[in-house]
Write a protein that binds this ligand. Structure first.
Ligand SMILES: C[S@@+](CC[C@H](N)C(=O)[O-])C[C@H]1O[C@@H](n2cnc3c(N)ncnc32)[C@H](O)[C@@H]1O
Length: 312
């Protein structure tokens, strides 16, 4: 890994604080290998990640490269609420989570289940009264609930039903890491120089120029009809959206920005499926190995190819 560290502009300790389907933690080494030369030479001023999820690449870049400012976004407003609350009121989240943690850990198995369901129903009940467009101090209560549910639910999934309700069952963990105060504070510090918004990937266009690096990690194109994990939110992301994103990628390319996009390789299932090779013709397409586990039953884990597309 080539690393250009500037102690004034890096936050080395901030790490992802959520478990998130499609998280890129295990691919960081490979992604790092294909990051733009301009980033490695300190010539990038702004990093944008419009499908941020748990932000594995965002935190990696903040820890290892010198970038002045960041913009992160996601269409999932609960996720964005969590980032914004950490930016504005980390201490309130830490104290609420520590209280939830000590309560949870003091209970037996049935007690933990009951407590999980209590927090989950409270979280779903309060959804109607939350204004996701306007930050308020009550957001930190919700952010603490999201962090708690994410750490104690089955598989660490964030899944909502058609009514937008969080519906993942409880997990069975002996000692889940419900709160890491040092990390949450480091995250909050990094978020002080980060613009955060909830919306479609295309909304980042206004910030992109030739000193920008944008990393796109959209929902995976399903490898087969039964593996279509796209339920991060209620919005679907099918081939039509993948191609809209391709058009957006080509548009941003013309600004001189550095770009990278990752997705599943359809050739894992069908060697004749050239969806991305055709869509991104003319760009560098790399195939890298990943251990992927997004099947909710958790038994389909194997090394498969992912693709990385870059314009560098
Ligand atoms: C593969 S995940 C990103 C994972 C992330 N790289 C990580 O390390 O956790 C894709 C993300 O895209 C978000 N998303 C789906 N449709 C979107 C859209 N139209 N615009 C922006 N974000 C979207 C989902 O909510 C999800 O968090």
């Amino acid at each position: 890994m080539t690393i250009a560290i500037d102690p004034n502009t890096t936050t080395p300790t901030a790490k992802p604080f959520l478990k998130w389907a499609g998280g890129k933690r295990q691919l960081l080494d490979r992604i790092d290998q294909f990051l733009p030369t301009a980033l490695k030479q300190g010539e990038i001023e702004r990093y944008i990640e419009p499908f941020v999820g748990s932000g594995a690449v965002f935190f990696h870049i903040a820890a290892h490269y010198s970038v002045k400012e960041f913009a992160i976004a996601d269409v999932n407003c609960e996720l964005v609420l969590t980032y914004k609350s950490l930016q504005k009121d980390v201490e309130s989240i830490v104290s609420q989570l520590l209280a939830m943690k000590s309560k949870y850990l003091s209970l037996d198995e049935q007690g933990r289940k009951d407590y999980f369901f209590e927090v989950r129903s409270q979280f779903n009940r309060k959804r109607r009264s939350i204004d996701f467009s306007q930050y308020s101090t009550t957001w930190s209560d919700r952010a603490a609930e999201i962090l708690f549910l994410n750490r104690t639910c089955f598989n660490g999934l964030f899944r909502v039903n058609s009514k937008g309700e969080f519906n993942v069952p409880p997990g069975r963990y002996k000692n889940p890491k419900i709160c890491d105060p040092d990390n949450l504070r480091a995250v909050s510090q990094l978020l002080q120089r980060t613009t955060i918004y909830c919306g479609d990937f295309s909304e980042c266009e206004t910030w992109v120029d030739d000193r920008t690096f944008v990393y796109f990690d959209p929902p995976y194109r399903p490898l087969n009809p039964t593996s279509n994990f796209t339920a991060y939110s209620r919005q679907a992301f099918g081939d039509r959206e993948q191609l809209q994103l391709r058009d957006f990628f080509r548009k941003l390319d013309r600004t001189g920005a550095k770009l990278m996009l990752s997705n599943s390789d359809p050739k894992n299932e069908d060697p004749d499926d050239n969806f991305f090779d055709t869509a991104y013709q003319g760009y560098r397409i790399e195939r890298v190995k990943a251990n992927r586990n997004i099947n909710s039953k958790g038994h389909k884990r194997s090394a498969i190819d992912e693709i990385l597309i870059v314009n560098d």
